[in-house]
Design a protein around this ligand. Structure first.
Ligand code: ZN
Length: 422
């Protein structure tokens, strides 16, 4: 049997010695020692770590790369996240469809170069901009097909209560959006502690009605203390259970959970587990706590407690080179390293867990079919210039080969390869 790619000497996580992988028809058909097939392409992985492709589960793709690439950084310091939101809303007025699509494709190319094979994008939908961002991302999705799989979340940038908003969302799903978004902090007049309920109910009801998953921005603030009923994540979890919508909800950010005392946190995590909810952490450590004068808080959710309890916990870039975050490279290994510092995760086991948080965990959150390295899985792979997942994070290893749907997308030669040094 002739195959498409014969990958020699691939080091899989947990395998003692390198193995070969046979790839045909976009899938892994066999792995084992010393495979011998005629192949259109043979790659020698030289014992480097071979992983299923990275999965980026929460990226604001429609505004990504909207800052100057040449001069990264903020125009001026800020004190509250709402200032950043206002800056983004002012700037987006000038965005054209062509520009949004071009930036999205550039961002997907950058992510792909680092080994990302699937992305879930947040995409602004509201009466002010209509479906402009969505149409641009749908176009980008078509153009990037075969390089990166793209799921699109219809994200309520101006809340859900405005006239005509829900009809706009229904239209977004008719056109091809995949997942319902939710962000009560953007709802006008929802500042009171319980003000989030109406927004969450509306988003959840629409998701149920349309039979799509819900991917919520939840608990974005950082109050000094929180009770169980103050947490959006808990409200979402309880509502999902009541509605028989378990396993269908993801919560991103979840920063306020870090303000909860241990017993409240434990109860919140129990609710998250009952609802089969995924949690996505955005390790950009400088958005919150800007007004703290001492013991400055950084706004990361309690990653270790979530992982220890068995919550499907993931890492995401969230914002890359835009009004919210002027840094970022669409490289999951970079986010994993920031999370390692931010969440105090430095043992070998913890570094390996961080690697899972940019691969298997988000793949589960996005419900990707055939994700993995078993025969029958989709051949979406990244070969990293490192021997183990922990080393890949510590080294910020280069993605040497990226394979998507059984096709080689990138061969980024290492310096050693270029100079022909063993
Ligand atoms: Zn976000």
């Amino acid at each position: 049997m002739a195959i498409d790619i014969l990958l020699k000497n691939a080091r899989l996580h947990n395998s003692d010695r390198p193995v070969d992988l046979a790839i045909a028809g976009g899938k892994i058909v066999e792995y084992g020692p010393d495979l011998n097939y005629p192949a259109s392409l043979q790659i020698d992985a030289q014992g480097k770590l071979t992983s299923p492709g990275f999965v980026e589960p929460h990226l604001h793709l429609d505004i990504a790369l909207s800052n100057s690439w040449e001069y990264p950084g903020r125009p001026r310091p800020f004190r509250s996240p709402s200032e950043l939101n206002a800056a983004m809303e002012a700037r987006r007025k000038a965005f054209t469809s062509e520009e949004i699509r071009a930036r999205a494709l550039a961002a997907l190319e950058l992510a792909s170069r680092h080994g990302v094979t699937a992305v879930r994008a947040q995409c602004q939908v509201d009466p002010e901009i209509g479906l402009k961002h969505l149409l641009a991302l749908l176009d980008a999705r078509e153009k990037a097909a075969g390089v990166v799989d793209l799921q699109i979340v219809a994200f309520p940038q101006q809340g859900l209560s405005g006239a005509g908003t829900l009809d706009l969302f229904r239209e977004a799903f008719r056109l091809g959006a995949d997942v319902m978004g939710c962000a009560s902090n953007l709802e006008r007049g929802s500042r009171a502690p319980a003000g989030f309920r109406r927004h969450i109910d509306t988003a959840l009801d629409l998701a149920i009605q349309l039979d799509v998953d819900l991917d919520a921005h939840a608990d974005l603030g950082l109050p000094q203390q929180v009770d169980l009923e103050d947490l959006e994540t808990v409200y979402l979890a309880n509502r999902a259970v009541e509605a028989g919508f378990t396993g269908r909800v993801t919560a991103g950010h979840v920063c306020a959970l870090d303000s909860a005392l241990p017993d409240v946190r434990a109860q919140a995590i129990e609710a998250i587990l009952r609802a089969g909810m995924n949690v996505i952490c955005q390790p950009d450590l400088y958005r919150l706590g800007r007004e703290d004068t001492h013991h400055v808080r950084r706004g990361l959710p309690p990653v270790k407690a979530l992982l220890a309890a068995g919550v499907n916990t993931c890492l995401a870039s969230n914002n890359v080179r835009d009004a919210f975050r002027p840094l970022g490279n669409l490289n999951p290994l970079e986010e994993a390293l920031i999370a390692a510092y931010g969440a105090h995760m430095d043992s070998t086991t913890e570094l390996e867990l961080l690697f899972q948080m940019v691969t298997y965990h988000p793949a589960r959150a996005l419900k990707l079919d055939g994700y993995g390295l078993e025969p029958g899985c989709r051949a979406d792979l990244v070969i990293l210039d490192a021997p183990t997942p922990a080393a890949a994070i510590a080294d910020q290893a280069q993605a040497v080969y990226v394979i998507k749907n059984g096709r080689q997308i990138w061969h980024n030669r290492t310096i050693r390869e270029r100079l022909d040094i063993e």
